[in-house]
Structures are given as C-alpha cells and as structure tokens.
Design a protein around this ligand. Structure first.
Ligand SMILES: [Fe+2]
Length: 246
C-alpha cells in the first residue's frame, strides 16, 4: 500500500502540477490531501478542480474554513494582512466550489493492510490551528493525541516537513506543496519560501513501513509570471520570493 500525502497547496497550481507528475511516477494507490488548498496563490480554481477530479480524500485546513467563513478569519488565525487575499480567492470560486470546501472533514482514519492505524489531520487531531513541530513539548503532544489508537499521525499546517518518533507513535508533517517555509512561522515574522514543493509518500509493504519525505523542484519563474499577471492582493509578497541570493 503506497499513499501520497499532499498538503498546504495554497493556490499554487504550478507546484501542484509538478508534484502530481512525480506522484504518477511513484505509482501510488491513493492520494490524501491535508488541507489549505485554495488561498494565497494565483490559481485557486485550477487547484480545487484538479483535486476534485482526483476524487481523493481532502481534509479541511484553517484557510479552507476561513475562505468559507471569512468573518471568522481571526478565529482561524489568518493574519490580518492576508484578509484581502482571502476575499480575492472567494471571488475566483463559485458557490458550488465553496460548498465543496465546506464539506471537507477535519480528520480521516485508515487501517493499513498490516493493521497499523493511521490518522490524518491538518493542525492536530483536535483543531485546524494547532501547530505540531519538532520542538513541541511532550505534554502538548499527549494532549493532542490522548485516546488515539493510531500510531502513525500525519498532519500539515506548519509548512515544514517533519519525521518525529514519540514513544510508540510516529508523527509526520507531509510538508507544503505550494508554500514550503524556510523557517517556522511566528507572529510578526513571515518566513520566506523555498523554491520547491514538498510532499510525502507512506509505504507499507508486508512487515515494513517506510516514509519518504519528498521534494519536487518546480518552475518558480512560471509561477511568478502568473502572479504578476494576476490582480492578487499579495502580488508584491510573492514577487519577493525565491530570490537567488537568499
Ligand atoms: Fe497552510
């Protein structure tokens, strides 16, 4: 059983196409998406419609919840300067698109053929906005995973790939397809983007389990050209990314 786990695409269709091309070569059985699919980037419609065609499980991210209910943006921890991008994104989508996003569930459970329980989520099993990092204290992890029978826990949200074993549990962050952060986000400190897409393949074969944290380089010039041609409120931020010097 081979699963490709993609997350935090954020309207970056250029990166998604590159990742889907790589996934095709990897011959997976299924794709699972962990949310934050449409906001921030220049091609929300293309991303949503492609995922719909894939007919894969999609988990709701905090940005997905906020694009459906923009008046609750603060509750979903959308930074104030991103609010215009949220409304721009809504304008690109139809009512049906928003209904589809609203229908995404918040967690997904799966039992692998060898009996291992896997749980998928965006931030934590409890919330779309919890952040799990390599440095998250054990007490918090215990709270997030209390009562969980899953021993493999896979999320997104931090935009930083991670493989962390905690007791009998394996905690994975699939990474961000469209917004791979150079450093962890903290309020007032927006990290710059790395010029590649990240995703993960989980393989279970007989008595082995294997995690492949993959990186796919995509054409950032193509993406920035699309951004420059759009009327996206966050255009100037995007155009400052991927500089060769940084
Ligand atoms: Fe995100």
């Amino acid at each position: 059983m081979r699963l490709a786990i993609i997350s935090d695409i954020h309207g970056n269709f250029t990166a998604l196409q590159a990742v889907l091309a790589d996934i095709k070569l990897q011959k997976v059985d299924d794709i699972i998406c962990l949310g934050d699919i449409v906001t921030l980037g220049p091609q929300p419609k293309e991303v949503l419609h492609t995922l719909k065609e894939l007919n894969c499980v999609i988990i709701k991210g905090n940005h997905d919840a906020a694009v459906v209910d923009p008046e609750l943006a603060e509750e979903y921890e959308i930074t104030e300067y991103l609010i215009p991008d949220l409304y721009w994104c809504r304008e690109q989508l139809t009512k049906e698109d928003l209904k589809l996003i609203e229908s995404f569930k918040t967690t997904h459970e799966m039992v692998l053929p060898n009996g291992i329980n896997v749980l998928f989520f965006h931030g934590s099993p409890l919330s779309l906005i919890d952040i799990i990092q390599a440095t998250t204290e054990p007490e918090l992890l215990d709270k997030f995973f209390e009562g969980q029978k899953a021993t493999v826990l896979i999320g997104g949200h931090s935009h930083i790939q991670m493989y962390r074993r905690y007791g009998e549990k394996l905690i994975i962050n699939a990474g961000s397809v469209g917004n791979a952060f150079k450093f962890a986000y903290s309020p007032g400190n927006v990290p710059s983007l790395l010029p590649w897409a990240e995703y993960t393949i989980l393989s279970q074969n007989e008595n082995t389990l294997d995690v492949d944290l993959r990186r796919v380089y995509f054409n950032t010039d193509d993406l920035l050209k699309l951004v420059a041609e759009s009327n996206l409120p966050g255009t100037s931020w995007w155009l400052n990314q991927y500089s060769k010097e940084s």
